[in-house]
Design a binder for this molecule. Structure first.
Ligand code: PBG
Length: 314
């Protein structure tokens, strides 16, 4: 076995390798700030005001990164998350501005209500319960408003049953047959999202997300979720988080030959950054190894906060 491991052959025989085209950069756009603000729980990661979000996209494009997923921090919130589907909301404006400047960028929008509701849940709340069906109309309206603004892909992340079908129908009825859906199909009720909730100001005021996000103990259930989303019209499916769910990534890839994204989430990023700050490990090779493991498990695309630092070493 050692003959093939040494020297030049080692590089030739790599089975998988991260490519620039695999990486999707998350961008937080905040309507309430005037200059970039570092996110305390995510060192070296920033929330951007509208104008500098466009500049940040330009910087990434120069580095060879071309796909972005946008998250919004709106100027107002209410019970029904109406700033999520406001035609002049933060994401709608951001998409229009980015597309005006950088037509060739691939713009994905996260479609969810939690950043836009006062209670912070991903759906309509009644009497402490998160209601599935009334939420579908609101998220498909949100997806439509993103498509109208110029998004290439909409990415529903709220884990409501039937969300992909509702969005597909809404987009088709309105002439957006060419807009793709990347569904957060197997999204677990994970503790790894807490830095994101600080970043996107989307923490919830009561309860938890266990009535809609998946049980971390389950794996067959992920296959059922993926199958349903594909039947409803998803073009790309996603497993989230990634690092503690490599087995799920592998099972999904082996069971369905479809484009698969994995979300290397905020907590996975922050752990690396924290250990690096302590001087306990070297962050960049660790991030490279983590992302490689996600590819090796079977992911085609990776959403990652490490995108910029990794692209420098590819
Ligand atoms: C919104 C959403 C969340 C993440 C992406 N979209 C948070 C949540 O479900 O609580 C988490 C991403 C991350 O942790 O990096 N529903």
């Amino acid at each position: 076995m050692r003959r093939l491991r040494k020297g030049k052959l080692r590089g030739m025989l790599r089975e998988v390798e991260i490519k620039k085209n695999d990486l999707i950069v998350p961008i937080f756009v905040d309507e309430n700030i005037h200059k970039p603000v570092e996110i305390p729980s995510m060192p070296s990661y920033y929330r951007f005001p509208l104008d500098s979000a466009v500049g940040e996209v330009g910087k990434c494009l120069d580095m060879g990164l071309k796909a972005f997923i946008l998250f919004g921090i709106p100027s107002y919130k209410d019970e029904k998350g109406s700033s999520a589907y406001d035609r002049n909301g933060v994401i709608q404006k951001a998409v229009r501005n980015i597309k005006k400047e950088f037509e060739d960028s691939v713009i994905i929008t996260d479609v969810c209500l939690c950043e836009y509701t006062t209670h912070g849940h991903c759906g309509v709340v009644d009497n402490g319960k998160i209601l599935n069906d009334p939420t579908l109309e609101l998220i498909s309206e949100t997806a439509l408003s993103h498509a109208e603004a110029g998004a290439d892909i909409v990415a529903p992340s709220g884990m409501m049953d039937g969300m992909v079908r509702a969005i597909r129908e809404k987009l088709d009825e309105n002439g957006f047959q060419d807009i793709s859906i990347m569904s957060y199909s197997a999204k677990y009720a994970s503790s790894f999202y807490s830095p994101f909730r600080e970043a996107a100001d989307s923490g919830y005021t009561f309860g938890d997300r266990k009535s809609y996000q998946m049980d971390i103990h389950n794996s067959d259930e992920a296959l059922r979720e993926v199958e349903l989303d594909l039947m409803e019209g998803a073009d790309i499916v996603m497993v989230k988080p990634a690092l503690s769910y490599l087995d799920i990534i592998r099972r999904v890839k082996e069971n369905f030959n479809v484009p698969l994204a994995a979300y290397n989430v905020s907590g996975e990023y922050s752990m690396v950054k924290a250990a690096e700050k302590m001087g306990w490990l070297d962050g960049r090779p660790i991030a490279y190894e983590i992302l490689t493991s996600i590819k090796r498990a079977g992911a085609d695309l990776i959403i990652t906060y490490h995108a910029k630092e990794i692209v420098e070493i590819l």
